[in-house]
Design a binder for this molecule. Structure first.
Ligand code: B12
Length: 456
């Protein structure tokens, strides 16, 4: 059977991905979701992969089966593609984050839904599609044994169109229970690890010096992380991953990550207000520890991309300016600035249900306000998010950050990824025309408790 796997893209994300600045590549990596489905496909079938960020779905094609991966923000586009193929009589299966968290909603647009990781059920789905008996929602009884994963067939991606196609996964899931996080909901707070030898072999075969771990929390299992970092060290590669800041508070682990080639971590700092952290069950991070965490990372030559979220219940109109100032002050290298988003299927969505104003899934892209904030108006939250993003990525701030970056140990060798990520966000500010304003300077702004002070 001819199987077509599609990664949808839409709206301003699609426009940015296709922009001529850097050929739109900077934010484009991975597609490990569909490569994993391709890898799990039984032999004897042909698999093609179309990533709408870089190419169009071939007009009029009629494969034997279409599989579409889908985050929440891409659900409307995924459903549109599903309709197009079903109108041609082609069966469609939806999988990924959104279909797993909202299987019934997704099934209304497809012949079948895979709710969870594909590996345990994909062969059955393919067999049922071939026999024209696709049967609703396929839920893996147990998550797959990660020792049985096959290598992702990266040759299915169009070469040269990605910042890197070398996305590797050592672990799946995260044990924490942050109320807003889809990953916790998807993985049911579990964290599983691949055999270190498999990861080492995959990394050793990468024909490049830099790669990305797409793990959600690579240090969640400390002993595993120590073993993994020890195995990676001799390979001399550079990489980035997501981790909590607990890495920074653990000197042996930090030293091991540094020796293993960790160039930077993405860590969800979220907010500089401990009450906000407590409110979303993220009490394992403390705002008053951020400074020492960033210092420790930098001392080991590891940069930090901070995940920052605006719109927590403790945020008032002053939060934007104070957050940008504190990020400057901490010398954060990069930041992903978002607005709080009650993603369907998360505890936050349930808790905030009465405050949800916008149910258009396309707006659940973490940069659009879809709920009534507690401490300011919808307009102020949107404007403040846009303003803070633009401020943080002002060219003079980027230049200052990069200059400081070179001063940290190994800073020259990680300057390229730091520069690429900063410039990519700058490009996003420009191409999305982010402007906004600082709500603290608008009149009649309600005042809330100030954020937790960060000790000098
Ligand atoms: C890498 C990544 C990206 C990359 C590449 C995305 C891609 N398409 O490959 C980039 C940087 C482009 C990206 C962008 C965005 N991302 Co992103 N991303 C990730 C990340 C970190 C890893 C994804 C991955 O490769 N996982 C490894 C694979 C193996 O796991 P998997 O995707 O779960 O796939 C398995 C199953 O889900 C299932 N499955 C998946 N697809 C399919 C399809 C079929 C047919 C079947 C049968 C099964 C199946 O089988 C797979 C194998 O077991 C995830 C976090 C995560 N844990 O998923 C966030 C994540 C998916 N991203 C997220 C978001 C919000 C975004 C953005 C919308 C916004 C933003 N600010 O980043 C943008 C939108 C981009 C766009 N084009 O419109 C959220 C999604 C939340 C949600 N409920 O939808 C996540 C979960 C991060 C988070 N913690 O919130 N992202």
């Amino acid at each position: 059977m001819d199987i077509l796997l599609v990664a949808p893209s839409s709206g301003r994300w699609r426009a940015a991905a296709r922009s001529r600045v850097f050929n739109g590549r900077t934010f484009r990596f991975s597609q490990l979701s569909l490569l994993s489905v391709a890898a799990a496909t039984p032999r004897g079938h042909t698999v093609r992969l179309v990533d709408e960020q870089v190419e169009d779905i071939p007009a009029g094609c009629t494969p034997g089966l279409v599989g579409i991966t889908c985050m929440t923000a891409l659900a409307p586009r995924a459903f549109e593609i599903a309709r197009m193929f079903r109108d041609r009589g082609v069966p469609v299966v939806l999988g990924g984050m959104h279909p797993t968290l909202c299987p019934e909603e997704s099934l209304a647009h497809a012949d079948a839904v895979v709710a969870g990781e594909a590996e345990p059920v994909w062969a059955q789905v393919v067999a049922d599609a071939a026999a024209r008996r696709l049967a609703g929602i396929y839920r893996p009884p147990d998550p797959p044994d990660l020792a049985l994963l096959r290598d992702p067939p990266r040759h299915l991606l169009r070469p040269g169109r990605y910042a890197t196609v070398h996305a590797v996964q050592a672990t799946r899931g995260c044990p924490h229970r942050c109320a807003f996080c889809s990953v916790s909901a998807f993985s049911n707070h579990t964290h599983r690890c691949r055999p270190v030898a498999d990861v080492r072999r995959e990394v050793a075969a990468i024909p490049a010096g830099f790669f990305m771990f797409v793990d959600d929390n690579i240090t969640a299992d400390r002993e595993y992380a120590l073993e993994l970092f020890g195995a990676l060290a001799p390979l001399g590669k550079r990489w980035m991953s997501q981790s909590t800041l607990s890495l920074a508070a653990d000197p042996p682990l930090l030293a091991a990550a540094s020796r293993a080639g960790c160039a930077a971590i993405f860590a969800g700092m979220e907010t500089f207000n401990n009450d906000n952290l407590d409110g979303v069950q993220k009490s394992f991070h403390r705002a008053d520890r951020y400074r020492e965490a960033v210092r420790a990372l930098h001392a080991h030559g590891i940069g930090i991309e901070a995940g920052i979220v605006f719109g927590f219940d403790g945020d008032g109109p002053g939060v934007f300016e104070s957050t940008v100032r504190q990020m400057d002050d901490l010398r954060v290298d990069m930041a992903q600035v978002s607005v709080f988003t009650p993603l369907p299927g998360t505890p936050a969505h349930e808790a905030m249900e009465p405050r949800i104003l916008d149910r258009n899934r396309a707006h659940y892209d973490l940069h659009t306000v879809v709920f009534q904030p507690a401490g300011m108006s919808v307009e102020d939250l949107q404007a403040g998010h846009d303003w803070a993003t633009r401020e943080f990525y002002r060219p003079w701030r980027i230049a200052r950050r990069l200059a400081r970056h070179t001063a940290m140990p190994r800073g020259l060798s990680t300057l390229v990824p730091a520069a690429v990520i900063n410039t990519a966000y700058f490009g996003r500010v420009a191409s999305w025309h982010l402007r906004g304003w600082n709500p603290a300077q608008s009149a009649a702004a309600p005042r809330l408790a100030p954020p937790t002070p960060v000790p000098a």
